[in-house]
Design a protein around this ligand. Structure first.
Ligand code: TYD
Ligand code: MG
Length: 453
């Protein structure tokens, strides 16, 4: 007989080791290793094959592909992030800081999910009465919505057997526990065990499962390594606590792209979709100030406009300070070096702070040029016209390189009422310039700066 295996898990990062240590070798946290006894699993095949899984190899060409397995959640922004709707029999993990609106989002989609489907909403955090109160507040009233306040996994699985839902929502994975596992709810081994069981449920019964996971202070779902590879889709719900806007993005998606973002606003009656994020991101722009430039980046399939701000001020340190919020720090350092070398700005004697407004992360090459222009504008204290947008990747020699989807970006720029746009000279041969928009095609940084200021 196989022996029970003793393992130690780090409760911070999920790292596994065979030996106890005072300090986790993976994340460096002290006193976070907990013991976990792994029970031997009986060898042999499981009796029931998951739904849609077959035991024998089949020819791809002979598999029926037109089964409608995607369905809409009733929220266009969520469907977009999921890759065009939820996939039946998949497990989606929704992560986010406490209070960001995960429970609200999931209870809200129940409204339209219940159309022709049975939904079971299990909460380990709120009582049935509290759920009722929240549902009334956000207007989710449906005959086919079942709610349950429970944290014991076996009871949840039992309830699933009785109700036989098409969709199961579990809020949150950190409150669940499996009795056979002796560690506390929320520990990595419990979270892993419970997620595994829910994953199995979704695959064997064909139930679509949404699981809420809180993230710890470092921004990772407790035991991120343990959970991310197990589930089909990981969504993160983010947002500035001081603003009512919320961004939903996919960190992993087995059935779609991970580039799409969904934008919501938290209102009194729940979350409201923001189909037009550029408008929101450009809200409250300062007039006639130096150090700001508007960028246009592709977020998945849609172009989004955002404001980049830079503050360049004389340093009082030996090594100048640099920070970048919403932009890659190393990329910012590189762009500062290019600006210094190619445009003669003495940036090594200046601190530089870069900030993208609205909580968006610009990690696309097209954002290079607006970042440098914002830096140059602050350095020279000269204003960039507020109706100008800049698009382009910056190379190490200061050349402006072409980026993709130029026509789509230009039409978004024009739609939002901007009058001019700086774009790379190369690329986009068949450019369709929208009416009322002046396009300046530049070869290098010097030309771009001369055009903008
Ligand atoms: P919640 O969904 O409970 O967050 P999570 O499950 O991610 O912890 O959202 C809680 C916050 O949302 C709370 O600060 C109040 C706010 N809220 C509204 O502004 N309007 C609403 O209609 C609801 C239900 C919540
Ligand atoms: Mg909640």
């Amino acid at each position: 007989m196989a022996k029970a295996k003793v393992l130690y898990y780090c409760t911070e990062c999920g790292n596994e080791t065979p030996k106890w240590q005072g300090r986790c070798t993976s994340c460096g946290a002290w006193n976070t290793l907990v013991e976990h006894i792994e029970k031997p699993v009986a060898a042999g095949r499981a009796k029931s094959a998951p739904v849609g899984f077959s035991r024998t190899p089949q020819k791809l060409s002979q598999i029926d592909g037109d089964d409608e397995i995607r369905f809409s959640t009733g929220m266009g922004e969520l469907d977009r992030v999921l890759g065009g709707g939820a996939v039946a029999g998949s497990l989606v993990l929704v992560g986010g800081a406490p209070g960001i609106g995960k429970s609200t989002l999931l209870l809200q989609i129940c409204k339209s999910l219940c159309n022709g489907r049975k939904v079971l909403y299990v909460s380990g955090e709120e009582s049935e009465k509290q759920l009722k109160m929240r549902a009334q507040r956000i207007g989710t009233q449906s005959e086919e919505l079942y709610v349950l306040s429970e944290t014991r996994l076996s009871d949840i699985l039992e309830a699933t057997e009785t109700v036989k839902p098409d969709i199961l929502i579990v809020d949150s994975v950190q409150t669940l526990y499996r009795e056979e596992n002796e560690s506390a709810p929320g520990s990595v081994s419990q979270v892993k065990d419970c997620t595994m069981a829910l994953m199995q449920l979704s695959k064997t019964e064909g139930i679509t499962v949404f699981v809420v996971g809180h993230i710890n202070k470092d921004g990772a779902i407790a035991g991120p390594k343990v959970l991310e590879h197990m589930v089909d889709c990981v969504l993160y719900f983010e947002g500035d606590p001081t603003s009512s806007y919320r961004l939903l993005r996919a960190a992993k998606n087995r059935f779609g792209s991970t580039n799409e973002i969904g934008v919501f606003e938290m209102a009194d009656c729940g979350l409201v979709e923001v189909p037009n994020p550029s408008q929101m991101l450009l809200e409250g722009r300062p007039e006639g100030a130096s150090g700001t430039c508007v960028a246009c980046v592709m977020e998945g399939t849609r172009p989004v406009l955002a404001e980049v701000q830079a503050l360049v001020s004389k340093t009082s340190f030996n090594v100048p300070r640099r920070t970048a919020d919403g932009f890659d720090f190393n990329r910012a350092a590189l762009l500062l070096a290019v600006a210094e070398k190619r445009c003669g700005m003495k940036l090594s004697a200046f601190d530089a702070y870069i900030n993208v407004i609205g909580g968006l992360r610009l990690d696309e090459p097209g954002a290079d040029l607006p970042v440098i222009l914002a830096i140059a504008s602050s350095y020279r204290d000269s204003v960039i016209p507020s109706e100008l947008v800049a698009i382009g990747e910056v190379g190490l020699t200061g050349e402006i390189r072409s980026v993709s989807n130029m026509n789509q970006r230009l039409s978004e720029v024009a739609r939002l009422g901007f009058k001019s746009c700086i774009i790379p000279r190369n690329g986009a041969e068949r450019l369709e310039i929208p009416e009322g928009l002046t396009v300046y095609r530049v070869r290098n940084l010097q030309e771009a700066i001369a055009t903008a200021m």
